[in-house]
Design a protein around this ligand. Structure first.
Ligand SMILES: Nc1ncnc2c1ncn2[C@@H]1O[C@H](COP(=O)(O)OP(=O)(O)OP(=O)(O)O)[C@@H](O)[C@H]1O
Ligand SMILES: [Mg+2]
Length: 326
């Protein structure tokens, strides 16, 4: 199983008037060919910024402060902006949180999808480009692709636009797809269609995938590994079935306990009291400590190191992990 992406100690800072705060703080994980990593955590935990940092598409208020992103053995942070433009959309597909960010309302779908093949695959000639666009629409199950390829984005439904965005991003057969909440704005039936579509594409090409979502059911169905973020850090990661059946971090336990069905063993659905911290607004200790029922004095003063267990397949950052000696 080959490693496609390895993120090491990724740190992204938010510039503020009085000093800067880490919105992504020492994040490390890897994703292998044909596998999907689910990135979960409450709103504001740093999931989107992790994705944007990998793609080197940070908004102006943020800057890369450290770490490395190894994509097929090369550090993306050493690449020129031009090389990055060629990698994005070609070798790394991206579906960002807002689907309209990847589709331009002023051009027909055929022109936009064709442009991807012209730029990344050197396809030329209007007929050839149009044919690739039709093929892409068919692949993402847009009905009457040949007739609709000349339409503008507003002439498609939201679900169709999202499928087109997926088609554009996987058309060049990327080795990695980063999908940030690709189905959040869609109804349940379309959501399932899109996810099966992603799976189909993944199975055919062995693409690695990062799926950011709030939906833990979706993670349990579609992901192989899961990384749980809290306050800019990954607090727990490992194979989905292991983490969900036997969470080691109190925050993971809280998240799972708040979801019906996944929380098979929970006596009742629990709500995690309190609010997650804003970027930088936390003490030196574990960021979850103020909300954690198990917190001890050291949890407030020192951040716990990552502890690896179950043959190194799992990791948890907690002083008092569930099921492990503290
Ligand atoms: N452009 C920006 N300018 C200033 N702060 C930002 C910006 N983008 C994100 N942040 C801050 O960085 C932190 C992480 O944001 P991020 O968008 O990564 O969260 P998220 O986990 O993707 O949340 P959600 O689930 O709501 O999408 C938050 O505290 C957020 O307020
Ligand atoms: Mg987000």
């Amino acid at each position: 199983m080959s490693e496609i992406l390895r993120v090491e100690n990724l740190t992204t800072r938010l510039s503020a008037r009085d000093g800067s705060a880490a919105a992504v703080d020492g994040v490390s994980f890897s994703v292998h060919a044909g596998r999907t990593l689910g990135l979960v955590g409450e709103s504001g935990s740093g999931k989107s910024l992790t994705c944007l940092s990998i793609l080197r598409l940070l908004p102006p208020a943020l800057s890369q402060a450290g770490g490395s992103v190894w994509f097929k053995g090369e550090n993306l942070f050493d690449k020129s902006p031009r090389a990055m433009t060629a990698i994005r959309g070609g070798q790394i597909g991206m579906i960002l949180q807002d689907p309209m960010t990847s589709i331009n309302p002023l051009f027909t779908i055929g022109d936009q999808v064709g442009e991807v093949f012209r730029y990344h695959r050197g396809v030329s000639g209007r007929r050839n480009l149009w044919a690739r666009a039709v093929e892409t629409l068919r692949r993402v199950h847009i009905p009457a692709a040949e007739e609709r390829v000349g339409s503008y984005p507003h002439q498609f439904s939201g679900g169709m636009r999202q499928r087109i965005a997926i088609g554009m991003n996987v058309g060049c057969e990327p080795d990695l797809l980063i999908a940030d909440e690709p189905t959040t704005a869609l109804d349940v039936t379309i959501r399932l269609q899109i996810l099966s579509l992603l799976r189909e594409i993944q199975a055919a090409r062995g693409m690695a995938m990062i799926l950011v979502t709030h939906d833990l059911h979706l993670v349990s169905r579609f992901c192989d590994e899961v990384a749980v973020m809290y306050g800019g850090r990954i607090v727990e990661q490992g194979p989905v079935a292991r983490v969900f059946n036997d969470p080691a971090h109190p925050y993971t336990k809280g998240l799972i306990g708040a979801v019906p069905k996944i929380a098979r063993h929970a006596e009742r659905l629990a709500v995690i009291p309190g609010q997650p911290p804003l970027a930088g607004e936390h003490g030196a200790g574990c960021r979850f400590a103020p909300r954690c029922a198990k917190a001890q004095p050291r949890c407030f003063s020192h951040y716990p190191d990552d502890r690896r267990f179950e043959d190194d397949r799992r990791a948890v950052a907690c002083w008092v992990p569930e099921g492990l000696p503290s």
